[in-house]
Design a protein around this ligand. Structure first.
Ligand SMILES: [Zn+2]
Length: 154
């Protein structure tokens, strides 16, 4: 899916890396004739690209950004205490991912476009919530679960 560029940094070899709003990083090398991105070599060129999208395959794969860590979690819910907002399509904030942990029973987890997934969560099978992607859950009988939120470690 498409993710906007938030900023740039250089790796240990001096190659440029784009930091995307989802938390993922992607090399944007200028190595002709393989990759031609002369704009990446100047501050002005990079500044013009901030806010423009790159295709993020790590988001497509539901891969939590490597530098992320849990910072808070919800209370434990069951089929009678699930907040109504979780049953309708909703999203996390920019740069916030989550993990749905099922302690007992089963939850249906539906992810809407631009990603798409419809799966059953149960103990040992967590749901990964990709930042800003609409999703909802639905209890399949008695269930106990909580949601853990992750963001970049600063
Ligand atoms: Zn991403």
């Amino acid at each position: 899916m498409q993710r906007a560029i938030a900023s740039f940094s250089q790796d240990e070899l001096g190659d440029w890396v784009a930091h995307l709003v989802c938390g993922h990083r992607q090399h944007v090398r200028h190595k002709p004739p393989f990759w031609s991105r002369p704009w990446v070599l100047t501050p002005e060129g990079r500044a013009e690209k901030v806010g423009l999208p790159l295709d993020c395959v790590l988001c497509d794969r539901f891969e939590m950004p490597a530098s992320f860590a849990a910072y808070k979690r919800t209370a434990e819910f069951d089929e009678t205490t699930i907040p109504a907002g979780l049953l309708r399509d909703h999203t996390t904030k920019a740069g916030v991912w989550a993990v749905i942990h099922v302690l007992a029973g089963r939850l249906r987890y539906v992810v809407e476009p631009p990603l798409q997934r419809d799966e059953i969560l149960e103990p040992g099978r967590n749901g990964i919530v990709v930042a800003e992607v609409p999703h909802r859950i639905e209890p399949l009988g008695p269930v106990r679960f909580f949601v853990e939120f992750h963001r970049a470690v600063t």
